[in-house]
Design a binder for this molecule. Structure first.
Ligand code: ATP
Ligand code: SF4
Ligand code: MG
Length: 330
């Protein structure tokens, strides 16, 4: 882990904003601040876990980084270069890709496995002969634990876990360096989740990949992540090494997420008393003033309604956005 911290940044996101204009009445629109001033880096070969409740902006962060949405504001740097022009985006897309949550709807059930995997090879003309194309398909299938007998079968014949493997093989076809994994195991049975996560881990070692790994659940990202970022209502509220977040969460929201995770060690479990949050996550169309978490935070004080807390480094590599970090964690 500490080794990861010494590597160079592959992805550097600065003050990213993604606002969607949504209709709120006749001819009236309002900006929905899905991602609101988010900054972070991902080092080469690292996995950054990104967690938070439904609707907090995780997918939007992933899609905006890949320029599938045009950023409202902010900068995306990749390998030391600002991604700005159409040409930059085109080049960047050859190196960065996304794996989606739902292996059922993201694959065309009427295509064979080999056609699905070959699609990006064909689009980007990544072979010079039929033989090379065939060999590459088999190589990609091998990476994800599928064999040649699967090649001529149709996607609908496979289980969720196997479909996710097919989707991953397709994503790997362009030889990416960076993959946004958007809840790639959430739709799978719990018994299959660990296998697929282990596969992501092995592929990372084998191919030198860098991941932004999105999940609702802290347990899912715990083992695969070097560092973990926690989002709430379009903002990043905490970021630290994975072990640090688990052992010393500082933000009240991270504490509540963690208290819902079953812990095998009874001493840790006692210290982590379950915190049940009252109320739902507010709509990003009507976000609270000041700290976005204040309507559900047991430590909220009047000052929390006045200013958005700064995302501050409180110890090496540990960032938190809360006015009362010191008092709460005394
Ligand atoms: N294309 C869009 N147009 C308008 N609003 C959008 C769009 N995409 C997302 N949103 C809104 O932006 C907010 C963030 O959505 P996003 O899908 O990024 O959240 P998420 O954290 O990925 O949620 P989930 O865990 O459910 O996947 C939500 O309020 C959502 O309704
Ligand atoms: S800033 Fe205030 S409301 Fe927000 S998390 Fe900290 S104590 Fe709670
Ligand atoms: Mg999502």
């Amino acid at each position: 882990m500490s080794e990861a911290l010494t590597r160079t940044n592959l992805v550097d996101i600065k003050h990213l904003k993604e606002y969607f204009n949504v209709n709120v009445g006749f001819f009236k629109t309002k900006p929905l601040k899905a991602v609101d001033d988010v900054s972070f880096t991902i080092k080469k070969g690292e996995t950054l876990g990104l967690v938070g409740e439904s609707g907090c902006g995780k997918t939007t962060v992933g899609r905006t980084i890949l320029n599938l949405y045009k950023p409202t504001a902010g900068e995306i740097w990749y390998d030391g270069k600002l991604i700005k022009t159409k040409e930059d985006i085109k080049e960047f897309r050859k190196k960065a890709t996304m794996v989606f949550q739902d292996p059922y709807s993201s694959l065309n059930p009427r295509m064979t496995v080999s056609d699905i995997i070959a699609e990006p090879l064909d689009v980007h003309e990544l072979y010079t002969s039929k033989q090379e194309r065939r060999d590459r398909i088999l190589e990609l299938m091998g990476y994800v634990g599928l064999n040649s007998e699967h090649a001529s079968r149709y996607a609908h014949e496979f289980s969720g876990g196997q479909r996710q493997r097919i989707g991953i093989a397709r994503s790997l076809a362009v030889n990416p360096e960076f993959i946004v994994c958007d809840e790639p195991v959430s739709a799978l049975d719990v018994s299959i989740q660990a296998q697929v996560i282990n596969m992501f881990d092995e592929l990372q070692d084998r191919l030198g990949l860098t991941y932004l790994f999105i999940a609702h659940d802290l347990l899912v990202v715990r083992h695969i992540s070097n560092r973990i970022a926690v989002m709430y209502l379009g903002k990043m509220v905490e970021l630290a090494d994975a072990d640090e977040i688990y052992n010393h969460p500082l933000h009240p929201y991270s504490k509540s997420l963690l208290s819902a995770v079953p812990v095998p060690d009874p001493k840790v479990a006692r210290a982590n008393k379950r915190i049940v949050l009252s109320g739902d996550i507010p709509s990003p169309l009507n976000a609270p003033s000041g700290c976005p978490f204040r309507t559900r935070c047991q430590y909220a004080k009047p000052e929390c309604a006045e200013h958005m807390p700064e995302f501050k480094e409180v110890s090496k590599g540990h960032f938190v956005a809360c006015h009362r970090t010191e008092e709460i964690n005394d």
